[in-house]
Design a protein around this ligand. Structure first.
Ligand code: SAM
Length: 284
């Protein structure tokens, strides 16, 4: 007998991974949570039938969402992480001795519990003394913050279900207020390739641009996400991700990475023409 996890990437495209075991299945107040074990990708977490992290390729996503902004401003001390219940983003942040405070706001405590139990590869640094966990809606949490953070990382699910509010104008405006005068906002920015994801990407970009003078996207290849071509948004009040980037300062930190490096930092902002056209077009 063969057991396969299948995810619908579009109405006409499916992506399947052969699995050995269905390790855990739970229903929280917010979503269905599953963990599987596969030969090719190791253990992986899905929420409402959508891939979140696999042990094999999570390093790409987590290194890119953290090291790109950290290399633009290595002085970052106070970080707000929204979503990110698997812990991978926090794990990468804790590698910077200069970071003093990491507030992580995850709406679903059960995701963290499941990841602590089954995905220690990503959840391993959630008990770092600099990390404070808040189990509440990120949209509500940022409303109350003013001039508080050097960096906000939005490591959310897609813009439907509990993640929907994290793609709204209200949320981006509140992130702008919650950031200090030289603050940076980085978010998972969906994929440009398939229609539904591309529309979410365009909408997010257009909304962020209304609040931040510097607003761009960068890309990475993430094999288990729809189409494999994934984007991150980089928005900031001052810092340009290339002009203010000091490769030798980041290299001097001696952080060993598997995907990110300072040549790739420059290259990942060079995006294909079709993506540029999508981002520049006026309609949402
Ligand atoms: N790397 C992943 C991806 O792009 O597929 C995201 C992983 S992380 C598990 C996403 C987390 O965002 C989930 O655990 C989910 O519960 C959380 N989340 C969704 N909406 C949220 C909200 N409004 N406030 C805080 N966390 C939220």
């Amino acid at each position: 007998m063969e057991l396969w996890y299948t995810e619908q990437h579009t109405d006409d495209v499916r992506f399947s991974i052969k699995v050995n075991k269905h390790i855990c299945s739970a229903q929280s107040e917010f979503q269905r949570i599953d963990v599987f074990e596969a030969v090719e990708f190791g253990k992986f977490l899905t929420l409402d039938g959508l891939m979140m992290v696999t042990e094999k390729d999570e390093f790409i996503y987590h290194e890119m969402i953290v090291h790109v902004p950290m290399a633009v401003n290595p002085q970052i001390k106070k970080v707000l992480v929204i979503g990110a219940g698997d812990g991978g983003t926090v794990r990468e942040l804790t590698r910077y001795p200069g970071i003093e405070q990491i507030d992580m706001v995850e709406i679903d405590e059960m995701v963290v519990e499941v990841c602590r139990e089954y995905l220690s590869q990503t959840a391993c640094k959630l008990d770092d003394p600099r990390v404070k966990l808040y189990f509440e809606d990120g949209l509500r949490f940022v409303r109350t913050k003013q001039d508080a953070y050097d960096l906000i990382i939005v490591d959310s699910t897609d813009p439907f279900g509990p993640g929907e509010g994290l793609f709204t104008k209200e949320f981006y405006g509140n992130c702008h207020n919650a950031l200090k005068e030289d603050g940076i906002l980085v978010n998972q920015h969906e994929s440009p390739y398939y229609g539904t994801y591309a529309r979410s990407m365009k909408r997010a970009h257009k909304r962020i641009k209304e609040f931040f003078p510097v607003c761009g996207v960068y890309q990475a290849h993430i094999p288990t996400y729809p189409s494999g071509h994934w984007l991150f948004g980089f928005a900031s009040k001052i810092y340009d991700p290339l002009k203010h980037f000091d490769a030798s300062a980041w290299n001097a930190l001696g952080i060993h990475t598997q995907y990110y490096n300072t040549a790739l930092h420059v290259g990942c902002f060079a995006i294909p023409n079709y993506v540029k056209e999508l981002l520049d077009s006026e309609d949402e």
